[in-house]
Design a protein around this ligand. Structure first.
Ligand code: SF4
Ligand code: SF4
Length: 391
């Protein structure tokens, strides 16, 4: 059944609490947003009531603040520093271990990941998972851990009603409302009339559960409120860029003087790559014990901002911060199309918020667009335009 033909339901907090308990009974590990260390973090949780409730957030270049607010709901912020990639492709995991002696050895691999539920997934992160699918599942080599994690994954998505000042998901033909890639999608409504969720169930498991809840069908008014909430979120996003034109712009501006200017601010700290939901670079390390009868191979996240990342045959390919930042940005916004057929950026804004010196990928693009070295067909519509929004 097409999305627009499916019935929408009105769910209460108790309905969702019931779903959480039912999924726990079915053996799912559940992951959701919780409050920790002054931020909204993603962690495994054992009860629905561990989810964040009552927080509003403010993000800007290099800054992130959360405030408690009695009227705020569960999901009325945009995204925290972490994305769900840390559960699909963990920052550090053992690939295998070998035990034995000089004449014999045995290799064991860790157990496959548990079946998981992700709560509160924004559309930018659904898009990011779609991109990671191309990287890990559709290339020459399949990441079997990622594949196993995806097989039993349930995604409970939420329409993003409070995008941050750094969000620009609408630039990528997706926007704040999930349209596919989820099992259950929710729009949270918390107003004078109460606190509820307009729900769309897509997978069979969720459709059966919805039937069993005997939840009320959403009325025309309910749907209008949900749709207005999302429209307001779109209007509140101040940044727009044209990804296809940005891709062409960067291809012809690899020697632009602005790369030097960004490099003078960039610390090469790699924060932007760690928070980015689509960055996937990794390295492996082998650990052996002194007896020589035990060895382990571990996979860990790596970053193109790290000097050793480009070390090959006795030297670094990208020894300067200028070359590393240019590599990162041109890969995200340009070369990714050649490699994977889409942008490598989903407009989540994390790299802008969590850059300690407030470097903004969209502003760096705009600076190149304002004074391009390469051919400029239509300077007005190319690359980046900042639209005034209400935030
Ligand atoms: S490049 Fe920045 S805005 Fe784009 S997906 Fe990565 S973290 Fe988000
Ligand atoms: S752009 Fe910002 S977050 Fe990324 S490496 Fe440079 S200083 Fe760190």
């Amino acid at each position: 059944m097409r999305s627009k033909d499916r019935p929408r339901y009105v769910l209460t907090v108790d309905h969702l609490r019931g779903l959480f308990d039912e999924l726990s009974d079915q053996g799912y590990e559940q992951v959701g947003p919780i409050f920790r260390d002054g931020a909204i973090m993603l962690e495994k949780i054992n009860s629905f009531d561990e989810l964040t409730l009552g927080y509003l957030e403010q993000q800007d270049k290099g800054s992130y603040n959360l405030d408690q607010h009695p009227d705020a709901g569960y999901f009325q912020y945009s995204v925290g520093p972490q994305s769900f990639k840390k559960f699909l492709n963990p920052p550090r995991r053992k690939l295998w271990e070998a035990n034995g002696s000089s004449s014999n050895f045995e290799i064991t691999v860790p157990e496959r990941p548990a079946k998981m539920v992700f709560w509160g997934v924004r559309n930018c992160d659904i898009e990011a998972i779609r991109i990671l699918d191309k990287v890990f599942l559709e290339g020459a080599y399949v990441n079997d851990w990622y594949q196993a994690a995806k097989e039993d994954l349930l995604i409970i998505a939420v329409g993003c009603t409070h995008p941050s000042k750094n969000c620009f998901c609408t630039s990528f033909d997706s926007g704040p409302m999930p349209y596919e890639g989820y099992d259950l999608s929710l729009v949270e409504v918390k107003d004078g009339a109460g606190h509820h969720f307009i729900a769309d169930g897509k997978s069979d498991l969720i459709k059966h559960w919805l039937n069993d809840t005997e939840a009320q069908l959403a009325s025309k008014d309910d749907l209008e409120i949900a749709s207005r909430t999302i429209e307001e979120a779109i209007d509140n996003m101040p940044i727009r860029l044209n990804p296809k034109e940005a891709s062409e712009l960067l291809k012809t501006n690899l020697e632009h003087s602005h790369w030097e200017q960004v490099a003078s601010r960039c610390l090469s700290c790699a924060n932007c790559t760690l928070v980015c939901p689509t960055c996937f670079c990794s390295t492996t390390e082998d650990i052996t014990d002194i007896s020589g009868d035990h060895t382990e191979r571990w996979l860990t996240w790596d970053s193109c901002f790290v000097g050793d990342f480009s070390y090959i045959h006795g030297g670094q390919i990208r020894p300067s911060t200028r070359s590393r930042y240019r590599q990162w940005m041109t890969h995200k916004l340009s070369n990714w199309y050649d490699q994977f057929g889409s942008s490598g950026c989903v407009g989540c804004g994390r790299c802008i918020t969590w850059c300690p010196v407030g470097i903004d990928i969209t502003e760096e693009l705009a600076a190149i667009n304002d004074n391009p070295v390469g051919p400029a067909k239509d300077k007005k519509s190319r690359g980046n335009e900042k639209h005034k929004g209400s935030t």
